[in-house]
Design a protein around this ligand. Structure first.
Ligand SMILES: CC(C)(COP(=O)(O)OP(=O)(O)OC[C@H]1O[C@@H](n2cnc3c(N)ncnc32)[C@H](O)[C@@H]1OP(=O)(O)O)[C@@H](O)C(=O)NCCC(=O)NCCS
Length: 157
């Protein structure tokens, strides 16, 4: 059965801060094979080039995205949505928020790496306009899986 999308007006996207990290670590640990540690999130938050977002619904953090920007290029480093709230448009809302922020900062491209077998994430990225631009062989140390490198170009046609 298709999950009902949450209306955009009920999603509150804001900058991530240290007060969100405990909640985020719960989602991170139950999602990823090699989860980020508290230190990884604190380091992302202290990066002055970081764009780190949380998405809240009914007062609870249900998704997050970390990224950073160097010159006119942004790099997404982590993205996760709470299992119970997947397929409701939350990741799309986080990505659109990021895209608008990168555009405001005069960014030209957004890059990311994704496990080649992560069909859900690859479908999501394609849907918002990312294209496959390369492969990093055996990029992930835990499974030796290849990484698909994807890019979204923001320059006006
Ligand atoms: C990948 C992930 C972030 C998607 O979040 P989400 O909030 O469920 O995504 P959305 O609801 O915004 O979905 C947008 C589109 O992505 C695609 N998609 C999402 N989940 C999918 C799935 N399980 N299978 C296939 N396509 C999927 C669909 O095209 C969907 O469009 P639709 O709603 O019109 O069908 C989420 O599944 C997740 O947290 N996965 C575990 C962590 C992860 O893999 N992170 C990415 C690391 S690179």
């Amino acid at each position: 059965m298709m999950a009902q999308h949450i209306s955009e007006k009920d999603l509150c996207i804001q900058d991530m801060s240290e007060k969100h990290v405990d909640r985020i670590l719960g989602m991170e640990g139950s999602t990823f094979l090699t989860p980020w540690t508290r230190a990884s999130f604190v380091s992302a938050l202290r990066d002055r080039n970081g764009i780190n977002l949380v998405c809240q619904y009914e007062g609870d953090v249900i998704g997050y995205l970390t990224s950073f920007m160097v010159l006119d290029e942004a790099f997404i480093t982590n993205l996760c949505v709470e299992l119970a709230h997947r397929k409701k448009g939350v990741a799309t809302a986080l990505l659109i928020f990021l895209i608008n922020k990168v555009k405001l900062n005069r960014g030209a491209h957004i890059f990311l790496e994704v496990r080649e077998k992560n069909i859900a994430a690859i479908s999501l990225y394609r849907k918002v306009g990312f294209q496959l631009i390369g492969v990093r062989k055996k990029y992930y140390a835990d499974t030796k899986e290849d990484a698909s490198v994807m890019r979204l170009s923001l320059q006006a046609e």
